[in-house]
Every structure is written in structure tokens, then in C-alpha cells.
Design a protein around this ligand. Sequence first.
Ligand SMILES: [Zn+2]
Length: 319
Amino acid sequence: MGANHNASTLEERRDNDFTQSLEDAKTPLYPGCAKNTKMSAIVALYKHKVMNGWTNNSFDGLLEMLGDMLPEHNVILKSVYSVRKFINEFDLGYDKIHACENDCCLFRKEIKNLQSCPKCGSWRWKVDERMKKIRKGVPAKVLRYFPIIPRFRRMFKSPKMAEELQWQFKHKSEDGKMRHPVDSIAWDLVNYKWPAFVEDPRNLRLGLAVDGFNPFSNMSTTYSCWPVMLVTYNLPPWLCMKKENITLALIPGPKQPSKDIDVYLQPLIEDLQELWNNGVTVYDSYTNSCFNLRAILMWTINDFLAYGNLSGCTTKGKK
Ligand SMILES: [Zn+2]
């Protein structure tokens, strides 16, 4: 009881902080500015920085200049550091995890501090081929993991969204026609096998979609990205496939077509297991109360090639 109470006050405090941050984000860029808020301006600028590979230094310079040029009492931030801090408050940040160049492992947990891959022995760091020098501190490969639990917490912070997340509970089709996964056999099977899970309609039912794509739309380059997306089927059909409601989980990269992305799925799978086995405390702003949120992975969506990458099996070539 005591522990529960503490958890709920902690959640409430975090919720208050979040509401404050939200108000801050909605501030007009400068007094009387109708077109941009602090959030929209910062996100647009930061996106431009990332897309064009600007250095932190040049971005700092630009922010400072903009601060001078904009009308008085503007709320533009002055440095990359404060921009990142601002974005992180909305749990929009990601974890950078170093990976073996040959996709054998992620440098986390027990092997967090290793300098080379325990399986293939290749360096964790980039190697300058010309100078034959190891560039310590510059990782050879990086996985960007967008933690899913804070993102689910955030969904329940909007009362409207928290209500929509129960849509599936009351909207099973009655005419035998399928219009949402709630009408599927798989859904019924979950209801039958895990009644305790089903008891709370807020528990999430997820689909995992994976496919490789080429961000520069030029198929001859060797650069390919592997976004992993989670679809939340609790939502009504007109919302669950909307891009803002799809949770982007991770992008293995940065270069070369990935072979075995199952290695990269580890952090995501661990979070999913935690959500399935124990659940996490979440504040529901629709009912103004805390509850234990659990989640089940219903199925994965991918083509046959991606299926091979996902499970670490061979689906192409000789075998
Ligand atoms: Zn390796």
C-alpha cells in the first residue's frame, strides 16, 4: 500500500512537471507570434541541423544569431545542449548503444566496457585504414534505441488518448465482418488464454513491423536503415495506423545493409518482456489514477527477407 502510494505521488509529480513543460513548449516563439511556438521552432531547426549534418558549433552560432534577430522576449534556445535537454523532457530522446561492426553484439550490460567484440574480435571503435590508427571514442556502429516505456507512459498522459486506448474493449464487430484486429481469431485466442491480461482494457496489444528502407531513395548506395515500428491496436482503426501513434523503436545503422538485426532488437525485446511479465506503473489521466500497464506482442509484420533478418535465420542465398 505504502509503496503504491509513493509510486502514485511520484507519478503525479512527474505529471505536473510534464504539464509545465507542455505549457512552456506552447509559448509563442516571441510575443504576438502566431505561426510558431517554442516547440515547433526548435524541432524545425533541429531537424534541419540533423538533415544537413551541421556541426554543433555552427548550430550554436545560428541559434545565437536568431536570438539576436528575433523580436525582444523571444524564447529561442541558445545552444545544442539546451535544445537536446528541452527535447528530452518530452521523452523524445533515444539511447545510443555501440554495436559490433559485424552485427555480433551490442556493447551493453556485461560487455559494456569492452574495447573489442568478444565474438569476432573487431574493434569497437572506427579504424582509420589509411593511418592504421584506432579512433578511440568514435564508435564503428551505433544502434539508436527509442525506449518504448516512456512513450507508452506519455500516451496515457493525454486524457483523450487514454480514453481512445480502451476503444478495442467496446468495439468488437457484431456482424461477423472484420474491420480491426479486435475481430480476429488471434485476438480471441489472447482473451481465452490470458484472462488476467484482458481484464484491464488498457493493457496494450502490439504489432511489430520491420523492413529495410533506403533513406536516400537511391537503391545503388549501400546505406540502408532498419526502423522497427510498434503499432498499438488498442486504438480505433482510424487512429492506430496514423504515423503519430506508431511507436518508432529503433534504427540499426549507420552503414551497410544489416544482416542479423535480431541482435539489435535486444533492448526492445527486454522492454517488451518486462511489460508482459511484470508490467510498469503508469498514470492514466483519463481516470486520474495509476495502474499496472502490461503489453502483449500479437504478431510481427515483415516481408520474407526481413523475417530472416529478424529471427537470425537464412532466407536468401544458397541455403
Ligand atoms: Zn563482432
